[in-house]
Design a protein around this ligand. Structure first.
Ligand code: COA
Ligand code: MG
Length: 294
């Protein structure tokens, strides 16, 4: 299971070809087999069976195996869990999270399943999708509701629909919520996974939006098409020039610290502790990326 979740690729739980392709040919950090909005209402049962079979029979190599169930307050969530948990996914993605009680319920449900199947307590991770006004307002309680939460996902389409906003390309209408999700995730040491870019034939637009999310603090992005995997990995891989500059900053910092200087100048710009931390983040990102893809 990866430390990184730069790429979280969805596919409909009914689509064996796409699931098999994700397992055997693609290189997403996380593969998310969907039972929710990518699956028609009359195909939920079929999707559950397909997902269970895929988890039992396919080798997903280095990709994390996730199942997105239907919301806790839908008619489907219990049956989704009953059908797919025995096939032992690495984690559950919970959409349309409204309050802490929903997360607490799922946490207990997972603990019971772990006891039943003899899996280590707490080993099944949770990823929560925040995509409603209620979810945003309740975030403080939601992030404290379970120690299993590894990441928060922001869902811009559902959120915009919920508040009656119009989605635009530069996403200004979701800026507050998108910032709030990443802030609450980071406050608890969780990862933050950014919005979907639906136009999968527009690599420039995808990369621009991905860079924007990365600059906001997001550690990964939801993906809907294989084309998007190498693009997002490239966004999170610092360039050689960025790595070289970061090394210079860190080395100069150590030299100045040894001679008793805090802030100093490098190439006509001030370097102090926050700048050094940014440089260390660049080096950490480069190291993690190389490690994950080995
Ligand atoms: N996961 C895995 N493989 C995928 C994929 C996905 N999400 N999307 C496309 N592919 C595969 C196709 O099977 C095809 O491979 P193949 O020719 O070897 O079989 C290849 O990538 C090219 O696909 P393409 O023809 O460009 O796309 P499409 O028309 O088949 O599908 C979508 C387009 C949007 C329907 C599809 O990308 C998709 O289902 N995305 C995920 C939708 C989803 O899960 N939504 C809910 C969460 S937001
Ligand atoms: Mg959604």
């Amino acid at each position: 299971m990866p430390n990184l979740r730069r790429s979280l690729l969805y596919m409909p739980g009914t689509d064996w070809r796409k699931i098999e392709k994700a397992a055997t040919e693609l290189d997403a950090d996380s593969v998310c087999l969907d039972l929710e909005d990518g699956v028609a209402l009359n195909a939920k049962a079929e999707a559950r069976e397909t997902i269970a079979r895929a988890l039992q029979t396919l080798d997903f190599r280095r990709s994390e195996k996730l199942v997105r169930i239907n919301p806790i307050d839908s008619d489907f969530a219990s049956a989704d869990l009953a059908a797919t948990l025995p096939a032992h996914p690495d984690g559950i993605v919970l959409p349309k999270v409204r309050d802490a009680a929903q997360v607490e319920w799922l946490h207990e449900h997972l603990s019971a399943a772990e006891d039943r199947y003899g899996w280590p307590r707490g080993s099944t991770i949770l990823i929560l999708i925040i995509e409603s006004a209620r979810g945003i307002v309740e975030l403080d309680a939601i992030v404290k509701a379970s120690p299993r939460i590894a990441a928060l996902v922001f869902g811009a389409e559902d959120f915009a629909g919920d508040i009656g906003a119009v989605r635009t390309r530069d996403a200004f209408e979701v800026l507050y919520a998108r910032s709030k999700v990443v802030t609450y995730a980071k406050a608890r040491g969780m990862q933050a996974i950014d919005i979907v870019y639906a136009d999968f034939r527009d690599p420039e637009g995808f990369s621009a939006e991905s860079r924007q999310g990365m600059m906001m603090g997001y550690t990964g992005k939801q993906l809907i098409h294989p084309n998007q995997i190498p693009l997002i990995h490239a966004v999170y891989m610092p360039t050689d020039a960025e790595i070289a500059h970061a090394r210079r900053v860190v080395e100069a910092h150590h030299a100045h610290q040894a001679s008793g200087t805090g802030a100093f100048a490098l190439d006509g710009k001030m370097v102090d502790m926050p700048v050094v931390k940014q440089a260390e983040l660049v080096l950490q990102r480069a190291g993690e990326t190389i490690h994950a893809e080995r």
